[in-house]
Design a protein around this ligand. Structure first.
Ligand SMILES: NC(=O)c1ccc[n+]([C@@H]2O[C@H](COP(=O)([O-])OP(=O)(O)OC[C@H]3O[C@@H](n4cnc5c(N)ncnc54)[C@H](O)[C@@H]3O)[C@@H](O)[C@H]2O)c1
Length: 337
């Protein structure tokens, strides 16, 4: 089996982890990397022994004989870069979130679908053993009807988060703060588990610690789903001490409680522990997600987050932002996924 020839775009924070973990994935070979910052691109290529280096994305697409690109760039570049890759006949693995907003995501989806290439979005927590087990249990009705879900993301970021990557602070470039960038991982998992259409949201966003940026560092959302299930999410990047992420599902037969600490795990209360098998092996969710994408492209084995699967979470995040702005409950009436 020939490994997938992958070009990595954006040699920043997450790309370093992905490049490191890619060394454990024989199905993939990083053959090129690209960053507008030449020094960063060259250092990255040396560190991970990547043979071709580019500072121009168009040149990477036209000159490097790739099968696929991995886009780890600021959010405002996701849509234009995905479109260019698809037009060049390359498969795409793009970092979450798919785009800054739901309308931007829908526009991208309608442009790239049915083009003969695969577009996957790296919501890697679907490959986290605890999140996967939780989602399987809920999808299989293990708790019976779920009446409530509670998500808490008490993360902590320092000033360097904004000073080191100015796009994080720009609403135009990022599309949002902690809810879109961090909380959406776990909102995605919970909605994937629930498999219900969201119908309305109420939200509050605040700037608790970082007051001179354009995005929120704390967000609260309340989502109502078609069968009456409610979901509350609290996401922050301003916890004084970073805590465990939790996702709790309350069902008619029992409760399931996910925590990512000290390692990803799920506790079941009122029902027996749910048996499960992870769809991919690996040391980390990000590695398993990469394997999943490669298997999808090479062997047509389904990937957990193809592009259309990354749209529902965007619709809900958008709607929570709208509610926070208008201080009103917002109905989600025109979902097209
Ligand atoms: N899956 C995860 O757990 C996870 C974690 C962190 C970040 N992310 C996502 O990864 C993406 C990147 O985030 P990051 O934290 O690594 O950002 P970053 O700022 O650390 O890195 C982005 C890189 O893109 C480069 N870049 C900017 N414009 C470019 C262009 N036109 N062509 C080529 N390179 C360009 C920048 O120079 C920078 O090196 C975002 O979508 C983010 O939400 C995902």
């Amino acid at each position: 089996m020939q490994p997938l020839k992958l070009g990595l775009v954006g040699c920043g924070d997450i790309a370093g982890y992905t490049a490191l973990l890619s060394k454990l994935v024989p199905r993939v070979r990083l053959v090129a990397c690209c960053d507008i910052n030449r020094q960063r691109a060259e250092q990255f290529a040396r560190r991970f022994r990547i043979p071709m280096v580019f500072t121009d994305y168009d040149q990477l697409l036209s000159q490097s004989n790739l099968d696929a690109v991995y886009l780890a760039v600021p959010h405002h570049l996701h849509a234009p870069m995905v479109k260019k890759a698809v037009a060049a006949g390359k498969h795409v693995w793009v970092e979450k979130p798919l785009t800054r907003t739901y309308p931007e995501g829908i526009d991208l989806y309608s442009t790239v679908q049915d083009n003969g290439v695969k577009v996957g979005v790296n919501y890697q927590y679907r490959y986290d053993p605890g999140c996967f087990r939780l989602a399987q249990a809920i999808q299989q009705g293990y708790l019976g009807d779920v009446f409530h879900v509670r998500i808490n993301v008490p993360w902590s970021r320092q000033e360097t988060y904004f000073s080191g990557a100015a796009w994080h602070a720009s609403f135009e470039q990022s599309g949002g703060g902690t809810l879109l960038t961090q909380g959406s991982h776990f909102l995605d998992v919970a909605m994937w588990a629930l498999q219900q259409r969201p119908i309305s949201t109420e939200g509050i966003t605040r700037q608790v610690k970082f007051k001179d940026v354009e995005v929120e560092d704390q967000a609260l959302g309340l989502v109502t789903f078609e069968k009456g299930t409610t979901l509350q999410i609290h996401s922050t990047m301003s916890a004084a001490v970073e805590g465990a992420v939790s996702i709790e599902f309350y069902g008619e037969k029992g409760t399931a409680h996910y925590s990512n600490r000290p390692f990803p795990n799920v506790r079941f209360l009122g029902v027996k522990p749910h048996a499960f098998r992870l769809p991919r092996f690996g040391v980390h969710a990000l590695q398993r997600s990469l394997i999943g994408f490669c298997d999808w492209v090479i062997n047509d084995i389904s990937y957990l987050t193809p592009i259309d699967q990354a749209l529902p979470v965007l619709a809900v995040v958008d709607s929570i932002y709208q509610s926070a702005l208008s201080e009103k409950k917002v109905k989600i009436s025109d979902l097209t996924f």
